[in-house]
Structures are given as C-alpha cells and as structure tokens.
Design a protein around this ligand. Structure first.
Ligand SMILES: Cc1ncc(C[n+]2csc(CCOP(=O)(O)OP(=O)(O)O)c2C)c(N)n1
Ligand SMILES: [Mg+2]
Length: 799
C-alpha cells in the first residue's frame, strides 16, 4: 500500500444513523453471501450453476453500496454496479422490498435474480446492465451527457439533475473503453458523474501493481475530475492518533499489496507477528499492537476506508458540487469472509462448515436465514422505518416512460434517377431537418468523426451541433467559404464525437434509454463506416442487451467500397446484423426502400411491448444505382419492411431464382436478363433484410410448434411457396454468403450462395466483383449449376 492521506473535508455522521447503516450493511453482506451459498449448497444443484466470482467481490462492496443505497442516493441518481457485486445489489433491493425471496433463492437459475445486474431480465430496478467489464462504467458518463442534452433542450422541467454513478472494480479500469470515454467526457464538459473504484487491489487472477492509485489519481485529475481517496477507516484513524500511531500508519502505507492481502487472509496473529518483526522495536507502537487481541488487531487492520460506513458516508456527503468525482475506496476482497485477501478468492466459496460458523457469529438461527432483520439488535420496526425513509425510494417508480413520437406514414426525399443509399440516407434526413415535426426535434445524431463522409453534413448544417454553451463556427464568422456551417449551441442536435467507435455505441446506449431515464424520448442515429462496427461491437451488443433504442447507418460497406481497399471493406457485418439480438438489420438497394425502412425504423425504436421493437441497423453503400421509377404500393412497402419482395415475379415454370441483397442489385438484374434466353420464368427476389426474413421464418416455426394447427406462414415461406420443387436459387450479397445461404432450407430448394469470403483489396467495383465471384457472370454460372437444362447461352461481355 502506498502513502496517501484522505483529502475530503467531512461532516461527522450522527451516531443513530451510523448504527442503522452499519446494521443494514452487515445484513446486505449476510444476504448476498447466503444467496450465493444457497445457490451452491442448498438448491438442488445442476451442472453449470456453480457460482464463481461473486462472493469475494460482493463482500468488497457491501459497505460502499449500503452507504449509497440506504443513505446517499436520490431517486434521480442512476447506478451501474460492478458485475460481480450483483448479489449485494439484489440483497439491498430485497431489504427495500423490491426483490423477492423467490428470485434470490433462484439466483443464477432460470428466471431467478441474474448473475450480473440486468436492466431487462431483473425486476428489481437495475438502472444499467453490467457484465462485460468497462461498459457500464462508460455508460454512466454518457448517461450524464445525455441528461445535459435533455436539460439543454428544455425537457427536464422541474426534475432535479441525477448523479450517474459507477461502482468500478480496480482491475476493470484496465478496459480501454473507459479511457476513451474519459477523453470524450472531458471534451463535453462532463459533470454529475461519480465513479467509485473498489480498490481491493485484486483482479480475477492477480494482485494489482503497487501504486496503481497514483496513476488513477493523476489520470482523473488530468481529465478535470476531482479525486477523493478513502483509505483509512475510523478505527485506523483513531489508532493513528494513539502514541505509536504514526509508525503504524507508515507501516500500512509501505506494506506491499500482496503482503497486506496475505496477512488479511492469515488473520490477527499473523499481523501481530509481522508488525513485531518489522516495527516491534519502536516502543509506543508495540504497546499499541499489544493492547489489542488478535481479533481486534485484525478488525483494525481490515478497517480500510471502503469498509467503514462513517468514512464512506462522510466522503460522499462532502461533495457539494456537480464536478465529476472519482472515489478511490480502499477495500479487501472478500472482507469478513474466511478467504478475505486470498489471491485465489475470485471463485472462492464458503464451505458448509464455514458458513455454519459464520451464521453463528451473525446470530442467525437455522431456518431464519432469509428474514430481513434476523440477528440484528435494532427493532424490526425501526429498521423498516429507516429503509422506508431512504431518500432513494421517495419517488416510488424510478423507471420513467415517454409518449410515442408520431412518425409520418412515409418519409420523403428529393429523388434523382441515380443515387446511392448513403446519399438517400442524407436526403431523407435533410428533408426531416427542413420540417418542423416533433419527429425531427427528437432525432439526435452522432458520428465518430465521419459526419461528412457518411452524409450527415446537410442535417448538421440545418440542426447544428450540440454543446452546453454557444460556440460559433469561426470559419463562418470570419466569412471563409465552407460547405458546412457548424455552430455549437444548447439546442443543437448533433453530438460530435472523436473517432472511438466504442464511445459511439455507448452514447447510443445512453441516448436510446433516455425515455426510461429522463422520461424524454430521443431518437438517436449513429453513422459510421460499416467495417468499424466490429471495433465497437461489444458496446453495440451491450446497448442492445439493455434494450436501448437507436438507429445505426453503417456506410460505406463491403468490397463495393472498391478503391479504399481491404482495410475499409466489410465482410462479416451482414452476419453480425442477423445474429445481434435487439437489432433489426436492413441492406436496401434503392432509396425508396430506404425511406420506407427508416420510417418503419423510427416506429420500431419506440415499440415497447415485450418482445416488440428494438434498434435498427442500415447497411448502406456509396455505389450509385439507377433508381426504379415506381409507385410505393402497400405490398411493396410491407415486403420491404418484412425483408423481401419479388422485383420480377417467377413464372409458373421457373427454373431458377436470383435473390440479391443491397448494392449488387445491378449484377442480379443483368444476370436475370441474360438468363432469360436459356432458362424459363426466372424470378428476381429483392431482399432488403436477410435478418427480418430469417427471424420471421424462425418465429413462424415457433408459433406453429406451440400452437399446433395454426397455419401461419412467414413472409419468406409465402414468397417461395409458388416455386417448383426443382427450381434452383442463387443468392448474392456483398458480404458473407452465409447471410443468404439458408434460403434453400425454407422449402428445400437447391442453393448456390455467392458472396465475399476473403479480404478485399483496391480496385474497381468490376475488378473486385469479378475477383470475388459476385458479378453477373458468376451469378449466371451459379444459375447454370443449380438448375436443370443445358448451358446458358449468354454471358456478359468483358468491357
Ligand atoms: C470484458 C470482460 N472481460 C473479462 C471478464 C471476466 N472478469 C469478470 S470480473 C474480472 C476481474 C475483476 O476484477 P476487479 O474489476 O478488480 O473486480 P473484483 O474481482 O476485485 O471485485 C474479470 C476478468 C468480464 N466480465 N468482462
Ligand atoms: Mg479488484
């Protein structure tokens, strides 16, 4: 441990409140440990249910979380709890009456309390899900920026500002996305954010490096945060004031982390021996040590700030400003449990015998383990009254809601005969930006430094950049010609981000939960280059997991971005779009389809009935295509949003169908033209969403399985129903062929799936399509092989 003084000016806590809080923290630790014990030793055990990682991590945070929930938090505050502290979180909610015994008994079981706090699966008021370390931490930072956005737009009304709080593991701080978020927070004048680092100096495998706190401290200060270090508890501080106390303090401050942890594990006698060996010849300190029994000595040495209720309350309550604060709270992993401090304790579990002993020490009678106040000396009525009056609960429901924003039947755009979908996306947004609709006012856009290159420029020109304070575009005020007039203002609607894609998706996660957190609905849109979805993928998955609602326009995509080469081309993203739960993915070819999909998307983002609604991913392209001149009929519109429609209906004797997605439409159309001479009634299926088609198919099967006799057919089953049995299907996509290869399984047709399986390179679109086998001739070759009949007579001539 390294030398550090507390730096907060604290008001001492009243003894009666301290007594209640200490009792409840003890209870929270008991209940969380009992929950874990129950899941492992009492509930009929099933393979895979073994609890790892929870017991020691939860104990580490029991006091800090009790201080927060039972006293410090206000209803408007929102918290991301370190994943392995989930049992303490559930125990605290149980004490509040927000969690059931049933769910605790079923911790980590089917429909039980979740292993890691989950906004969507838990029922006890989880603000932000956690699990993949680092993401929940950054979520609080972006949630605070979103609160500022809502406030600046005049939508907070009389709601007080909440503090966005993360309980962070010290090893969790290794995650790079936290650093990316810190920098972004600094750029945007972050405030109202508290990160409480559980400085137990242990990770999963290891004991952390000496002096890590100094790195944290200078880093946070560097980004404009206040840093509060809570190192010593009250017992320690009292001992330091005794004769010899200074020497004890010096010893604590210089003791290596590993050694301190090992001594905490070994107990009071071991501490005594070590202290005697190292500083026992210093007179006063010897007496200080010898005045204490082994148990008292251990209690003193494990009385670090993070386990001392008074120190934590005082540290939190000393904050009387809205600057962001990092608290570094010293703790011992597994404190109070038999494996406290042991470096292997991450998956540590108490044995039945250890638990029995601990139960006795806690005055808990067998069979009364789940009783809320069992073993406490305070009266149940006084404890209940204390819990009821906790400020956290004063407003009742903390999860808010917001009305649905109207979306016009059809989004319009100024058509031109030739366009790309990326261009179309900009046109649709530009049209929205020109109008005065509620829809337009609720849209917030963000882009990781690719605003212009993803075609958001026109939207930003009209709607401006967001900042809490006005800042004029200097180029404009200096009258230097520029295509872009970008002023920052509190009512701007574009949030300018740096390049980090993780930040983009965590911001989407925060914006996309505004209805639940701020009671004000936002309709966030992110733009980025499609291949860089992979850079932010865990954050995208996280945002979807907690049911945030947003739209992603990923463009350009695929090898169609030909001259940019393999480092900017995407292959796997269509599969990501299909596999990502909570995200409906589309890859339209034409702009009229895109306009329909975006309209549907804004509605989909607002559907909140269970199992309905979600976020939307548009995989777009820069390739300019001839646009069809057609009327958007009802059938065409529903086909587009369901995932497919016949661009050319197959005739009764159809030999082969070409099914394409996205920018390869011209190749598919050309191939169908050339095939017409040699194959009968060729059909051309335009697939706008492999994802929606596939999920429609699986859910129809599910429905038929559960409700036998129901004749419900999914869109793709209906579309393929008229095809003769021996008709072949060629699928083609600028992406991994597996995205469409499944089409043959729907009705048992033979399929040849064309797509891209290897990294691209620079070249023209023609070069690359030919090289990867997704050009018209490759489609014709495939059609020849999946259909009966002689050779196809016509091929595309090389130009
Ligand atoms: C992204 C990610 N990688 C790995 C893990 C597995 N994991 C869970 S907790 C943990 C270490 C936690 O250490 P720390 O943050 O210090 O918390 P403590 O165990 O001390 O409570 C790891 C590696 C994870 N949950 N998420
Ligand atoms: Mg740790």
């Amino acid at each position: 441990m390294s030398l550090k003084f507390e730096i907060f000016a604290a008001m001492p806590i009243e003894p009666a409140r301290l007594e209640m809080l200490t009792a409840l923290a003890r209870k929270a630790l008991w209940l969380s440990s009992w929950t874990i014990h129950h899941a492992n030793h009492i509930r009929p055990n099933v393979d895979g249910l073994k609890v790892g990682g929870h017991q020691a991590s939860s104990a580490s945070l029991a006091t800090i979380m009790s201080a927060l929930y039972f006293s410090v938090l206000r209803p408007q505050d929102r918290v991301a709890v370190k994943p392995h502290a989930s049992p303490v979180f559930h125990a605290i909610q149980y004490l509040f009456g927000h969690q059931t015994r049933d769910k605790l008994e079923n911790f980590r079981g089917f429909k039980g309390a979740q292993s890691y706090p989950s906004r969507t699966k838990d029922t006890d008021d989880v603000d932000f899900s956690t699990g993949s370390v680092g993401l929940g931490v950054a979520q609080t930072l972006f949630a605070s920026l979103v609160q500022d956005y809502v406030k600046s737009h005049g939508w907070m009304k009389d709601r007080p500002e909440g503090r966005m709080i993360a309980l962070v593991g010290d090893a969790e701080m290794d995650e790079g996305n936290i650093f990316e978020a810190l920098l972004e927070g600094w750029k945007h004048g972050l405030r109202n954010t508290w990160w409480v680092v559980d400085y137990n100096r242990q990770s999963l495998d290891a004991v952390v490096r000496e002096g890590l706190w100094e790195k944290f401290e200078s880093m946070f200060r560097n980004f404009g945060w206040d840093v509060v270090i809570v190192k010593y508890g009250r017992l320690m501080r009292a001992a330091f004031a005794e004769p010899g106390g200074e020497a004890l303090k010096r010893w604590i401050d210089t003791c290596p982390n590993q050694m301190y942890a090992a001594l905490c594990f070994q107990g009071g006698a071991a501490f005594r021996k070590r202290l005697h060996d190292e500083i026992g010849d210093q007179g006063a300190v010897t007496q200080l040590i010898d005045r204490r029994s082994d148990d008292e000595l251990l209690a003193l040495m494990s009385n670090l700030g993070g386990h001392d209720m008074a120190s934590m309350i005082e540290a939190f309550e000393a904050i009387d400003h809205d600057r962001s604060v990092c608290f570094i709270a010293y703790t011992i992993k597994g404190v109070g449990l038999p494996f406290q401090g042991h470096k292997d304790n991450h998956a540590g579990l108490m044995t039945v015998t250890q638990m029995e002993k601990w139960r006795g020490a806690q005055n808990i009678r067998p069979g009364h383990e789940w009783e809320k106040f069992e073993g406490l000396t305070q009266t149940p009525a006084s404890l209940e009254a204390f819990l009821e009056s906790a400020p956290f609960n004063l407003d009742g429901r903390r999860r808010l809601s917001a009305p649905v924003i109207d979306v016009p039947e059809r989004l319009s755009f100024t058509p031109s005969p030739q366009m790309s979908t990326q261009q179309g996306f900009g046109l649709v947004l530009n049209e929205l930006a020109r109008g005065e609709t509620e829809l337009a006012s609720r849209i917030v856009t963000a882009s990781p430094d690719v605003t212009v290159s993803t075609n958001l420029g026109a939207w930003v020109n009209r709607r401006g950049l967001f900042a809490r304070a006005e800042k004029a575009d200097l180029f404009r005020s200096e009258k230097i010609p520029s295509t872009f007039n970008w002023d920052f203002s509190p009512d701007g609607q574009h949030i300018e981000l740096g390049i980090a894609e993780m930040n983009l998706f965590i911001l989407m996660s925060a914006l996309g939960l505004s209805h639940a957190i701020n009671g004000e609905r936002l309709l966030p849109i992110a733009t980025l280059y499609d291949p860089f979805i992979e850079r932010g993928l865990d954050a995208l998955n996280y945002a979807c997991y907690q049911d945030a609602r947003f739209m992603v326009a990923a463009t350009p995509s695929g090898i169609t971005l030909a001259p940019e080469g393999g480092a900017h081309q995407s292959i796997a993203t269509p599969l990501i779009g299909m596999a990502q739960d909570g995200l409906a993915s589309f890859e339209p070819a034409f702009v009229d389809e895109l306009a329909v999909i975006m309209g549907w998307g804004f509605q989909h983002m607002q559907r909140e009935k269970a199992g309905e609604g979600g976020s939307v991913y548009l995989r777009l392209s820069t390739r300019t295509l001839d646009q069809p001149q057609r009327i958007m009929t009802f059938d065409l519109q529903s086909g587009t949003t369901e995932g497919a429609y016949w661009l050319r209906k197959p005739g009764p004797n159809c030999d082969v169908v070409i099914a394409y997605t996205g920018a390869v439409a011209p190749e598919a159309i050309e191939a169908v033209g050339l095939l017409g001479e040699s194959r009968r009634d060729v059909g051309l299926l335009a697939i706008t969403s492999a994802d929606r088609l596939h999920s429609g198919w699986t859910s129809a099967r599910e429905l038929r399985r559960h409700r036998r006799g129901v004749a419900h057919l999914s869109p793709i089953e209906r579309l393929l129903a008229p095809l003769p049995r021996d008709c072949g299907i060629v699928t083609v996509i600028d992406g991994h062929p597996a995205a469409l290869g499944w089409l043959g399984s729907v009705r048992g047709h033979r399929v040849e799936a064309l797509g891209v399986e290897h990294f691209g390179q620079t070249g023209t679109i023609d070069d690359l399509y030919r090289h990867h086998g997704i050009d018209a001739n490759a489609i014709i070759d495939a059609a020849e092989s999946v259909s009966a009949g002689g050779p196809v007579r016509h091929r595309k001539m090389a130009v």
